[in-house]
Design a protein around this ligand. Structure first.
Ligand code: ADP
Length: 359
């Protein structure tokens, strides 16, 4: 852990505030002091400093550029998704509210035998709203949202993944309550190992599990959400730490209707009868939320294509365009196909029966 490392190496922070109200940083040690840091890095570190102007313990032995990357690229100051933006999934919303939002809002009640699990797994086909749920949790619980794709840790941050993971959990612990969303968590915590597994990815996995263990036992207000389309690749250690596992299925017919209506109404393009909506819902069995999004976008080009027949688009008036029709959707259905196959669905349902939280 941090403290042991700190004690052994007699670590000296590479930068330090002079403690004045301006929060201005001054060089403490010669050589690679903050003169080497550019202004944006300094500003970012200043924000994380406590009222005494000191950088919190957990961040002191981390490289400033990694802290800056976490603060600027991974931390989302305003995850503007609310429950009301998410179609369907009432069961998941209810579970998540009780299991994670209430504990984040009222830690004083959720302690002792009520203390919550710190790990939540959202699994299911791609494009069904897992990321939206993560953001909505942060929004509803007034928590800081951190988003990272696990595959970027192994591809983009080769050899540095471990350090970045430490920076991520370090910054999150300074920004509590916090929600850390790890997309494609299977690529980090998969059970495929030994032969093919590189030493570096094994270390990354270990570091990640250590960090999770760290806040799991303590009083920290940090929630880890893992999302995956391949839950069957998670090993036992990963499952043990992700205590709640919620299946996020394809949208129901009602949810699909809701998505169509919402997107078109927002742009004032909605003019379909109940029967027409029903017909579209029947034709879109098996479409994910994100497929529906693409479908509506494609359909909404229909009126534009018609209106520009023989007319220069430069002279086109908005009011000359008709609303989106069933025929537009029927045409779009030829272009936008469902992205999830039915045998994939079977795999999710099996895994859900075996490992899912059916609460
Ligand atoms: P996942 O994380 O499950 O792969 P996302 O949450 O990133 O999927 O969803 C991708 C996009 O698809 C969203 O930005 C949204 O436009 C649309 N979408 C998916 N599921 C839903 C849903 N349940 N309600 C509304 N929109 C959805």
């Amino acid at each position: 852990g941090y403290s042991r490392r700190g004690a052994r190496n007699n670590f000296v922070a590479p930068f330090r505030s002079n403690g004045s109200n301006t929060g201005h940083m001054t060089s403490r040690n010669s050589g690679k002091g903050d003169d080497a840091l550019d202004d944006s890095t300094k500003r970012c570190l200043e924000i994380l400093c406590g009222p005494d102007g000191e950088l919190p313990e957990k961040l002191r032995n981390l490289e400033p550029r990694l802290i800056e990357h976490v603060s600027n690229e991974i931390m989302d100051r305003d995850p503007n998704v609310r429950w009301a933006d998410i179609a369907g999934l009432d069961h998941a919303k209810k579970c998540v509210t009780e299991m994670v939002i209430w504990p984040l809002l009222r830690p004083d009640i959720f302690k002792g035998c009520r203390s919550p699990g710190r790990g939540l797994l959202l699994f299911g086909p791609p494009g069904t709203g897992k990321t939206m749920i993560g953001k909505a949790i942060a929004g509803e619980a007034k928590a800081t949202f951190f988003y990272i794709s696990a595959s970027s840790l192994t591809s983009k941050w080769i050899g540095e993944g471990e350090k970045l993971v430490r920076a991520l959990f370090g910054v999150a612990s300074c920004r509590q309550p916090a929600v850390i969303f790890v997309d494609e968590i299977d690529s980090l915590l998969s059970q495929r190992k030994s032969e093919g597994e590189h030493e570096s990815s094994r270390r990354l996995k270990t570091q990640f599990l250590i960090e999770m263990e760290g806040f799991d036992s303590g009083s920290e207000q940090i929630l880890l959400i893992g999302a995956t389309n391949r839950p069957q690749e998670l090993d036992e250690a990963a499952r043990r730490r992700l205590t709640k596992r919620l299946y996020i299925p394809l949208p129901s017919s009602e949810a699909r209707a809701w998505i169509i209506r919402r997107i078109l109404e927002k742009d004032g393009l909605f003019d379909l009868s109940e029967e027409e909506i029903d017909a579209i819902c029947k034709l879109t069995e098996g479409y994910s939320g994100s497929d529906m999004n693409n479908l509506v976008k494609d359909a909404s080009l229909g009126p534009l294509r018609d209106a520009t027949k023989g007319v220069n688009i430069a002279n086109l008036k908005n009011e000359d365009m008709r609303s989106v029709t069933l025929q537009d959707f029927e045409n779009a259905l030829q272009e936008v196909r469902p992205s999830v196959s039915s045998n994939e669905l079977g795999t999710y349902e099996e895994w859900n029966k075996q490992f899912g939280s059916l609460a």
